[in-house]
Write a protein that binds this ligand. Structure first.
Ligand code: SF4
Ligand code: SF4
Length: 137
């Protein structure tokens, strides 16, 4: 599949959603922001749709999304959760050619840019599955 992120920021906001994370990912984000995990939870997380998630701004953008001249920027990029880093190689996107193309309607990076082969995508999907199992509910 072809994909290169254009930094449009669409997948990080604009509609209600959840960004879930594991305990190690919470520690990494808190550390990156020089906060304790308790402070991080109070400032940047909430429960939504029954799961612990990163907060959203009133316009539904992720609390860490910053739109700048050069494009979208993540305020915790180096420590962002695997849910973010693995997009668009999510199980429901990779289910079929049709699901891939449906998601591509809202992601200009899909069907463009760098080629990603079977082995690479399989590895991302396996890591995604392991991470889902480790997420804080
Ligand atoms: S929608 Fe696609 S191109 Fe835009 S920021 Fe997200 S991954 Fe990148
Ligand atoms: S944590 Fe960063 S990459 Fe993930 S949704 Fe928020 S802004 Fe986007």
């Amino acid at each position: 599949m072809y994909f290169s992120c254009t930094k449009c920021g669409i997948c990080c906001g604009g509609a209600p959603g959840t960004v879930c994370f594991s305990a190690p990912e919470r520690s990494a984000m808190a550390y990156a922001l020089d906060l304790s995990e308790t402070e991080f939870d109070l400032l940047y997380t909430w429960r939504k749709y029954g799961v612990l998630s990163l907060r959203e701004k009133p316009n539904y953008d992720c609390v860490f999304l910053k739109m700048e001249l050069g494009g979208a920027r993540c305020g915790v990029y180096a420590a962002r959760p695997a849910q973010c880093g693995s997009f668009p190689f999510w199980p429901d996107v990779m289910e079929s050619r049709r699901s891939w193309d449906d998601f591509a309607l809202s992601c200009p990076g899909m069907n463009n840019g760098i080629f990603h082969g079977y082995d690479e995508i399989s590895e991302i999907l396996n890591a995604y599955a392991m991470n889902i199992a480790a997420e804080i509910l």
